[in-house]
Design a protein around this ligand. Structure first.
Ligand SMILES: *Cc1c(COP(=O)(O)O)cnc(C)c1O
Length: 359
């Protein structure tokens, strides 16, 4: 069996042992005579999966009982709307740091509900950096501060949480959730679509702090959009298969050594790739060095023609999904938790060959 060196930005590569476990259990889940996706979500099998996944996520992140874990549908894009629906009223202001396309989509949704203040935007520079604390101009009275911890398209990432004027953070962590330890004390809510770093598409993990939930502006809203609905009980059919897969990915994360393990592993992978890019002018990183992402590594070559050839020859070397997002162009290597060091080494070695042939 030949597996690709898969650098897809999302849905992205999953850990092979997790896929194999799911393959083995697909037709007959733990001897029950049916697949997990053919059983009631109220039955003991799925109930255990859901509870185990939530417990594992709490252990991995160090979340205490002040935190609720939800497995919702609608993608991170639904959270763009659900967060302000619950926590921003028309006479309030929320701060939204604008570091890329996903941030600006979140801003657009929040404006339907209340006032949005943008303490910083790197739009003018085609989102080539994330702010330092002294570049931020927060409002005095923000009810929360929203930021995108990793900018999947542009290849930038916050090294640490942005400063606020005392408000808690709300974070779209879709493309770097569980890639490194997280200082939960600074957060009120964290959401992440699973398909980048956590599992298949179809589930969005939401971590919400109970004391933050006290700030909910109203209970008068459609049932499915109210976080309390999902905290009180499993309200409707969850994305069973996606949660089942996320549960196994969480198991794999714990077995590997948790977030400190992945922080080191991701630094190692990003390190060798950026070293190769920085060797000379043949490859050019597209973002400021201090803002570089360890999840999505973006770079360009001297011409679009050369980039086309790079992508075509890379594919012949089993290196797949390296084409940059259309708004940046060039090359993007997404190297999430499940992308193995061997794949990054194969890419680096190809980059060296390609440079010596064309440099
Ligand atoms: C992919 C992505 C999204 C969109 O997620 P959906 O689940 O497709 O709605 C939002 N934010 C970030 C940072 C992403 O990488």
């Amino acid at each position: 069996m030949k597996r690709l060196h898969n650098f897809s930005a999302g849905p992205a590569v999953l850990p092979l042992p997790v896929l194999q476990k799911a393959e083995k259990e697909l037709v007959n889940y733990q001897g029950k005579g049916a697949s997990i996706i053919e059983m009631s979500h109220r039955g003991p099998e799925y109930t255990e999966i859901n509870e185990t996944a939530a417990k594992r996520l709490k252990r991995i992140t160090g979340a205490d009982d002040d935190w609720e874990i939800l497995f919702l549908q609608g993608g991170a894009s639904t959270q763009f709307m659900m967060v302000p629906q619950n926590f921003l009223s028309s006479d309030q202001t929320a701060d939204y740091i604008d570091t890329g396309s996903w941030s600006s989509k979140a801003i657009k949704e929040a404006k339907f509900f209340g006032n949005v203040h943008v303490p910083f935007s790197s739009k003018e520079s085609n989102y080539s950096f994330v702010p330092t604390d002294d570049q931020l101009q927060p409002s005095d009275n923000a009810v929360y501060t929203h930021f995108t911890s990793n900018n999947t398209i542009f290849g930038t990432q916050f090294r640490k949480e942005p400063a606020t004027n005392g408000s808690l953070l709300v974070c779209d962590a879709s493309s770097d959730f569980l890639s490194r330890p997280i200082d939960l004390d600074k957060y009120g809510l964290i959401y992440a679509g699973a398909q980048k770093n956590l599992g298949p598409s179809g589930v969005t993990v939401v971590m919400i702090r109970k004391s933050f939930l006290e700030n909910q502006v109203t209970d008068e809203m459609p049932t499915m959009l109210n976080y309390r609905t999902h905290i009180q009980k499993l309200f409707n059919t969850p994305p069973v298969f996606a949660v089942y897969m996320v549960n196994y990915v969480l198991e794999w994360i714990e077995e590997k050594g948790g977030l400190t393990y992945f922080e080191k592993y991701n630094e190692q992978k990003g390190g060798i790739l950026y070293d190769e890019i920085d060797k000379d002018d043949f490859y050019r990183g597209t973002v400021d060095k201090a803002s570089r992402s360890l999840m999505n590594v973006t770079f360009r070559l001297q011409s679009e023609d050369l980039e086309k050839r790079f992508l075509a020859e890379a594919a012949e070397h089993n290196l797949s999904a390296l084409k940059g997002h259309r708004s940046v162009g060039g090359i993007r290597a997404s190297i999430y938790n499940a992308c193995e060091l061997d794949s990054v080494k194969a890419l680096v070695s190809f980059m060296q060959q390609f440079r010596s042939k064309n440099g």
